[in-house]
Write a protein that binds this ligand. Structure first.
Ligand code: FAD
Ligand code: NAD
Length: 396
């Protein structure tokens, strides 16, 4: 029998951990493993709010794949996936190359969820990749520079964050930390700078512990973030946003952080999806295809109460590791194990030295949450790149 071909799409949390686990489990001759990714680096998405605001360099959030993957064992292809043909067991890349597989792992991450709201795709930014956050940071700085040349244009100094989920909250905190530095650099009166965090639901961080939510809102409000809660953004224009209550906020910087859906390639390739995510079975297989597995934000899994798990790095990592084990088992003719996430809690940053978290039933506030988040970052870095990477990347 010929060597089975495993093709992994995407080197995010899910795809990378699948790759690393297979690298660890399988011998050289047991499978031909190919990893396709847009870039030759993995990026730490959970840090992207920092370079987006400019409080950390973008480079800090990326790790060269050659530093973490054994390129003798894994065939790495730097290319962009265009489509998947599950019936033919092939994947077409932007370069025109067509790759065939026996087993496919889809880990292509997410796209921003715009809910069809007019103007978002054209005029709003989103925190989704290294290239995207570089653009946000540059744009914010450019707005300060432009204001100095057109001092009547205070809309240049108005920043809108759409959504007060974890992404919107983390980015607002980071931006609020950056503003004093920008005001100093560009000689701008801080009282002219406005950061609006606009949330459609009746509370920020809907579904999260109310005491922690209230702490987060207080911390960010003290840093200068103005919350508009229970107010949906209904349109984005070149001049700002229109809200459901009729208000218009003039701004040249709208950062859309109001949720994600699975990568559109999955739906376009004919897989059945809900919000772009494939409802996978307990082995993370796509319905109808025993040889197609989906991990991370492209996969939809449910808890015992029938509620969908949120798309998180925490779950993507666990899925990747479990899938690596299962693929190795499959190839060796052994039994696969059903996957169930073991949730460890949630931790969110509120800017420098501040955070909130729920670990088990314990609530964490302020520095202890921020420190716990650093510890969790360290654990991840150690997992993918050992002590060397952890020491190189961690920022205390
Ligand atoms: P990703 O990590 O997004 O990786 C997808 C990979 O696929 C990328 O490498 C991308 O380049 C590649 N790719 C995409 N399209 C193509 C293509 N067409 N061809 C080739 N390659 C492609 N979750 C937590 O659990 N904890 C947190 O603290 C946390 N913080 C977050 C902070 C921010 C600012 C954001 C935006 C998200 C955060 N999340 C957090 C959510 C978490 O980042 C995602 O759930 C996680 O990244 C999903 O992992 P993934 O492997 O599915 O996709
Ligand atoms: P989300 O879906 O969790 O939150 C989006 C928010 O936007 C919601 O509160 C929603 O009510 C609001 N919203 C939707 N439409 C709106 C509109 N028209 N106007 C105003 N507000 C609107 O999305 P997210 O924050 O991007 O998070 C995506 C995933 O990543 C989640 O699973 C989240 O848990 C995870 N994440 C985790 C962390 C962390 O653990 N620290 C950080 C960031 C993201």
């Amino acid at each position: 029998m010929s060597t089975p071909k495993i093709l992994i799409l995407g080197a995010g949390y899910g795809g990378l951990l699948t790759t690393l686990q297979l690298q660890k489990k399988l011998n050289y001759n047991e499978a031909e493993i190919t990893l396709v990714n847009k870039h030759n680096y993995h990026y730490i998405t959970t840090w992207l709010h920092e370079p987006a605001a400019g409080t950390a360099p973008a480079d800090h959030a990326r790790v060269g794949l050659d530093q973490i993957i054994d390129m003798n064992k894994i065939n790495f292809v730097k290319d962009t996936v265009q489509s998947i043909q599950p019936e033919e067991r092939t994947v077409t890349l932007e370069s025109g190359d067509v790759l065939s597989y026996d087993y496919l792992v889809i880990g292509l991450g997410s796209d921003p969820e715009t809910f069809g709201i007019e103007g978002l795709k054209e005029y709003a930014f989103s925190i989704r990749s290294i290239n995207a956050v570089r653009q946000i940071r540059e744009h914010i700085e450019y707005m300060f520079a432009k204001y100095k040349n057109e001092p009547h244009r205070t809309d240049y100094l108005t920043f809108v964050v759409g959504g007060a989920g974890f992404t919107g909250i983390e980015f607002s905190g980071e931006l609020a930390d950056r503003v004093p530095e920008l005001c100093e650099e560009f000689d701008v009166d801080p009282s002219l700078v406005k950061i609006y965090n606009i949330e459609a639901a009746p509370t920020a961080l809907p579904g999260f512990d109310p005491e922690l939510v209230s702490y987060a809102v207080d911390v960010l409000t003290k840093k200068g973030v103005e919350f508009l809660i229970g107010t949906a953004i209904k349109q984005c224009t070149p001049d700002g946003v229109l809200l459901a209550d009729g208000q218009e906020i003039k701004s040249k910087t709208v950062v859309w952080a109001a949720g994600v859906r699975g990568n559109s390639i999955v739906e376009k390739s004919g897989f059945e999806v809900m919000r772009g995510r494939v409802k996978v079975d307990e082995y993370l297989r796509a319905p109808g295809y025993d040889n197609v597995f989906v991990v991370g934000d492209c996969a939809l899994i449910f808890n015992d109460e029938g509620r969908p798990y949120p798309p998180t790095a925490q779950i993507a990592v666990q899925e990747g590791e479990a899938l690596g084990d299962n693929l190795a088992a499959l190839i060796r003719g052994e039994v696969m194990m059903p996957f169930k996430p073991a949730l460890q809690g949630s931790l969110a940053s509120l800017g420098r030295g501040e955070g909130i978290g729920m670990v088990g039933s314990k609530k964490l506030f302020g520095t202890s949450a921020a420190l716990m988040k650093k510890a969790s970052d360290l654990r991840y870095l150690y997992k993918i790149g050992g002590v060397g990477l952890a020491l190189k990347k961690v920022r205390l």
